[in-house]
Write a new protein. Structure first.
Length: 228
């Protein structure tokens, strides 16, 4: 795939420690179309990226990761693109995994590829309790979406043009990850789960979903299904 037509969207909310390093790694891998969506951070994200060749878009207030991704999608739709990659800004993802995700988009076997830390060839450093919560969440996703995945809430994904055009986030916050599953089924998009490496440490864990967050996501999903 021509990397000049791949756009990498990074939603950011107060993540500053590793952002410069992430962007540098993406550029070193020839991903030159990087869109940073600053979701109303209190910290100065603009200062970090101002000397880097990226597109910087800022929300005046914090709207949530789903809203940040939708802003990125709306920007990319105006460009000449073949694929979009969503990539978290907290240092959990591995840039090397992007090529694996894109390979299924490039060969036409999937409209969207979803990174999973729980596939046989994937690597995971998730503690047992956290793993149990995540596995419970996948069963909840099955009930609401009809799709059984090994892991649904990983922010590392690749989408082709069709998927970007059809997927629209109405869930502004973390429930957007489950909303993607609804729209995959509704729009009959072809999907592929891909094993990826997720770095799990105390710093990144603070930025991840807590048990309370999981309850909030469930509540959002119920409301979504009631009022869709």
């Amino acid at each position: 795939m021509n990397k000049d037509k791949v756009y990498v969207i990074i939603p950011i909310y107060n993540e500053t420690l590793l952002l410069h390093e992430i962007i540098t790694q993406l550029l070193a891998h020839s991903y030159s179309n990087i869109v940073v969506i600053d979701d109303g951070s209190a910290l100065n994200i603009r200062e970090i990226v101002m000397n880097l060749p990226v597109i910087y878009i800022r929300h005046k207030i914090n709207l949530g990761q789903g809203a940040a991704l939708q802003t990125g999608f709306e920007y990319v739709k105006k460009m000449n693109f073949d694929a979009v990659v969503t990539f978290d800004g907290d240092g959990q993802h591995n840039v090397d995994d992007i090529a694996k995700l894109l390979s299924y988009i490039d060969d036409g076997s999937a409209d969207i590829s979803l990174g999973s830390r729980f596939l046989n060839n994937g690597k995971s450093q998730v503690p047992f309790v956290r793993r149990l919560i995540l596995q419970t969440a996948r069963l909840i996703n099955l009930v609401f979406s009809g799709l059984l995945l090994t892991y649904a809430h990983n922010g590392l994904r690749a989408l082709n043009k069709k998927a970007v055009e059809l997927i629209h986030f109405s869930e502004n916050r973390m429930a957007h990850a489950s909303e993607i599953l609804f729209q995959i089924k509704k729009n009959q998009l072809r999907f592929k789960e891909v094993p990826v490496f997720i770095k799990y440490d105390p710093t990144s864990a603070k930025k991840g979903q807590s048990s309370i967050d999981s309850v909030k996501i469930l509540f959002d999903l119920v409301l979504h299904k009631l009022f869709e």
